[in-house]
Design a binder for this molecule. Structure first.
Ligand code: HEC
Length: 183
């Protein structure tokens, strides 16, 4: 029996009270079908839209699941305010689950890995010591010292390009840590 004929036979048997309940239920059903199709249309358009909507989120494994899990209650841009250590991100995810965040273990792991790789703790290159620069940006002690010497001689760094100019520093390493840089 298809949906329409089932509706027809239900209507024939209906008393006014039953009919009212039926109409109410049908309205809810109709709205949720409609709502559902709007949501799924949005979801299928999401990957392209997200790539545009979140240019600050670097490409990488786990990006899509992170944006999906972490934009349900607030903007995913909350993530951008701070960088964190792996432990810090783990604590934050646990805190979000107490707020109602839901996901599978695989989704949480992918999200944690993505957040850890993409948003490390920030290193203020104008204030940090050579030791902090070396640890935070995965540079050798010599590279870190070259940065501090350059800063003392030329004043504060303004942008990543200034850092890449420092003689003796591997610009590729700076590029790899660009999300950790703070000026
Ligand atoms: C079920 C709703 C919900 C989901 C899903 C959710 N959050 Fe939150 N988030 C909240 C609420 C509520 C607050 C404000 C609570 C507070 O500031 O103590 C918040 C605050 C935050 C903050 C700022 C406050 C802080 O503690 O640093 C960050 C960053 C954050 N969320 C990141 C995330 C990330 C990352 C995810 C995905 C893994 C996520 N959220 C998913 C509800 C949610």
């Amino acid at each position: 029996m298809n949906l329409l004929s089932r509706v027809g036979s239900t209507l024939k048997r209906a008393t006014p009270a039953r009919l009212a309940v039926f109409c109410f239920a049908f309205t809810i059903l109709g709205v949720s079908i409609l709502g559902g199709s709007v949501v799924s249309a949005k979801q299928s358009a999401a990957p392209a839209a997200q790539a545009d909507a979140h240019p600050e989120f670097p490409a990488g494994p786990g990006r899509d699941v992170t944006l999906r899990l972490c934009s349900k209650c607030h903007s995913a841009n909350n993530i951008l305010a701070t960088g964190r250590t792996p432990e810090g991100w783990q604590e934050l995810i646990i805190k979000m689950t107490t707020m109602g965040l839901q996901g599978t273990d695989e989704e949480f792991t992918a999200t944690l890995d993505y957040l850890t790789a993409s948003f490390p703790p920030k290193v203020n290159v104008n204030k940090a010591t050579a030791a902090q620069i070396s640890a935070g940006l995965a540079l050798t002690a010599d590279e870190a010292k070259a940065i501090v010497d350059y800063r003392e001689k030329n004043g504060d760094f303004k942008a990543i390009e200034d850092l890449k100019k420092v003689a003796g520093v591997d610009a590729a390493k700076i590029e790899a840590k660009k999300n950790a840089l703070q000026f």
